[in-house]
Structure formats: C-alpha cells, structure tokens
Ligand binder design. Structure first.
Ligand code: TYM
Length: 339
C-alpha cells in the first residue's frame, strides 16, 4: 500500500525549536522521500484542536496564517504536500463524532495530556479538551495515514488512534481504517524548556526565555542560550553520565539534533568542556539553522493573500482525499446520507 504521511500542529503562538526538531523537520524530510517513492503527504493546522481551550477569534485567524507561513518557511512545500487548515475540511469533525461512539471513556481517562492541560480544574475543562484525542484519531484515520511524524508527547494519542481503528474495524466487520505508525526522532523526541529541564519546551509556557522561537533574531537566540539553566559541571564523556542533569542533557540533545548526531557523538567531541565554551557554539549552530527560515518567513508574511490561496487549494485537495473514507465510515455504521 502506498505511503501516506499525515501530521498536524496547533496554530497557537510561534513555531518553536521543539516543534521544529521534534516534528516539522521530519515532515520536510518525509515530504521529499515520500514523493520520490510515489506516496503523498498531508500537513494541517489543527485549528479545531486549538479551540478546546479559549482562543481569541481574531488571534486564531491570524495564527493560522502565521503558522502556515512558518511551515512553508521551514520547508513544507504546498506544491508537493497538501497543506490546509482542519476547519476547512468538515470531514475531520464529522469522523470525530462517529469515532466518539467507538472510543471508550476508560481509554480517554488514561490520556496524560488531558490530565496535564486540565490541571486541578477537571470539572471545568471543555468536553472538547477531553475528546481532543478522538479528533486527532479522525485526523489521521480519515486519510488512511501510514506514518505520522510527531514528537514523543503525541505517542499516546497515536496509540489511541490505533485502538479506535482496530475496535471500529472489528465491531463493524470492515477493513476500513489503516493503523498508523508514529515516526519519532531519536535525539529530538522531547526538547525541554531552557528554564526547567523537567518541562517540555512549549508554546504555552508564559516565559519566552524558556523557548527558542523560529522568529527569534541572532541576539535573542544568543541571549536565551547564554541564560539557559545549566549546572557547573563540565560535560561528561558518556550519555549515561548526563542522567540526573536534565538541563545539560537538553542542551547536548539540541546540539545533537541540529547536526543529526547522537548525544554520544557530541560528547565524544566536547567532553570536559564547561557550558561557558559549549553555549556560544550551540548558539552559533542554532543561528545557522534558523536564520534562513526566519528570512523566508519575513518574505512570506508580506503576501497574506498568497497564503490564503495556498491554504484554499490545499483544503480542496484534502476534501477530495477525505471523502471516500468518510463515506466508508457512514456506510459501515448503517447511516444513510441520502438527501
Ligand atoms: P503541537 O501543536 O503541540 O505540536 C506540534 C508537533 O511538535 C511536537 N512538539 C515537540 N517535539 C519535541 N519537543 C518538544 N518540546 C515539542 N513540543 C511539540 C509535537 O509532538 C507535535 O508533533 N495534538 C497535536 C496536533 C495534532 C496532530 C494531529 C498531530 C492534531 N491532530 C494528528 C499529529 C496527527 C499537538 O497539539 O501538537
């Protein structure tokens, strides 16, 4: 069966280094490899996921465009990959409802992201935040995804998608949904906050110093790395010796991911160095990687009408691609759509 890559990102705030190294860089690589092998890619802005917590409508609208521009600047090519926003393809919300009736409450109760995001006020969280992983399952099952490139934090949601697909196929005696495989990068599966090695780098962290944004300029990147939390010990010569040093592990991990190396490779060169030496070099590597993306992004931001046109064209393609699977799901359930 042909390779089909599907993945999404929430259009909230800036694209940051965690998104880039954990997911987007893999999207771009897979886009090239997949096209060469006769497969295809679907990448989308998960705006329906963004509204599971309150989002200012004007900001959300602007963020969809800004995130689309950031993805294109990072290398997503709308001529080769289908790039669109989820709300423009109603089949996502429709299939999510059908799958809500297959997913079990017990399965959703195990989702760690819901527990984190709802915090202590679980009763006050939206039903959407709770059912969020079912929409995510619909996102990938709708297109018959074979592979889903994501960071480590989405692994549990992907496992749920596989459970929902299996139960649906079994309950309704069909071979409809394909089971998607996650693709998680080894060195960059979980990029951590620059201020706290125990928390992942995230758009929702109130401190901008906790993350590198793809739009940060050279001086900002240098300052954020200089101020990044570390410890006074020099770098060790084995990866195991970084256990218990989460901030040090994170900076070495970022360096490794930037150069497509393992943590052990980086330590083989830099063991014995203190962070006074290591940090400026890391900042330089970051700037090298991010500067061209920032420059392309500034260019794209000048032409919002073109971005809208690209997203509209992507949505039209996605609607066509989604139609057969949605029809198959209605049919399997015995639901008539005759008008
Ligand atoms: P989101 O928008 O939080 O993140 C987008 C992608 O970036 C990865 N990521 C990270 N990787 C490594 N280190 C980090 N600190 C880090 N932070 C984020 C995420 O794992 C993700 O791959 N629910 C999803 C969006 C979504 C989706 C989907 C993804 C909706 N439907 C279907 C895949 C398939 C989310 O909120 O990602």
């Amino acid at each position: 069966m042909k390779t089909r890559i599907v993945s999404g990102i929430q259009p909230t705030g800036n694209l940051h280094l965690g998104n880039y190294l954990g997911a987007i860089r893999n999207w771009v690589r897979m886009q090239d490899e997949t096209a060469a092998a006769g497969g295809d890619c679907f990448f989308f802005l998960a705006d329906l996921h963004a509204i599971t917590v309150y989002n200012d409508p004007a900001e959300l609208r602007a963020n969809v465009r800004a995130m689309a521009a950031a993805l294109i600047a990072a290398g997503v090519d709308p001529a080769r990959a289908t790039l669109f926003n989820q709300a423009a393809v109603p089949a996502h919300a429709e299939l999510a409802w059908l799958l809500n009736c297959t997913a079990r409450i017990g399965w959703l109760n195990r989702m760690t992201q819901f527990k984190e995001k709802s915090g202590k006020n679980r009763e006050g969280a939206s039903i959407g935040l709770y059912a969020y992983p079912v929409l995510q399952a619909a996102d990938v099952l709708l297109y018959g995804a074979s592979h889903v490139p994501v960071g480590e934090d989405q692994k549990q949601h992907l496992e749920l998608a596989r459970d929902i697909a299996t139960k649906f196929n079994t309950d309704y005696h069909v071979d409809l949904f394909r089971l998607p495989e996650p693709i998680i990068p080894p060195a960059a599966a979980r990029i951590m906050s620059l201020r706290d090695g125990g928390a992942k780098m995230s758009k929702s962290d109130p401190s901008d110093a906790s993350r590198i944004n793809l739009t940060d300029d050279v001086d900002t990147i240098a300052a954020k790395i200089r101020k990044a939390k570390t410890d006074p010990e020099p770098l060790p010569d084995t990866a195991e010796a970084l256990d218990g040093r989460p901030e040090a592990r994170n900076l070495v991990g970022i360096h490794a991911a930037l150069g497509d190396e393992s943590v052990a490779d980086v330590l083989a060169r830099h063991a014995g160095q203190g962070f006074g030496q290591f940090k400026p070099m890391l900042a330089e590597r970051l700037v090298e990687t991010l500067r061209p993306i920032g420059a392309r992004l500034a260019e794209l931001a000048r032409d919002p009408a073109e971005l809208d046109r690209l997203l509209a064209a992507g949505a039209a393609r996605a609607r066509d691609a989604a139609a057969p699977m949605l029809a198959g799901a209605y049919d399997a359930l015995g639901l008539s759509r005759q008008q």
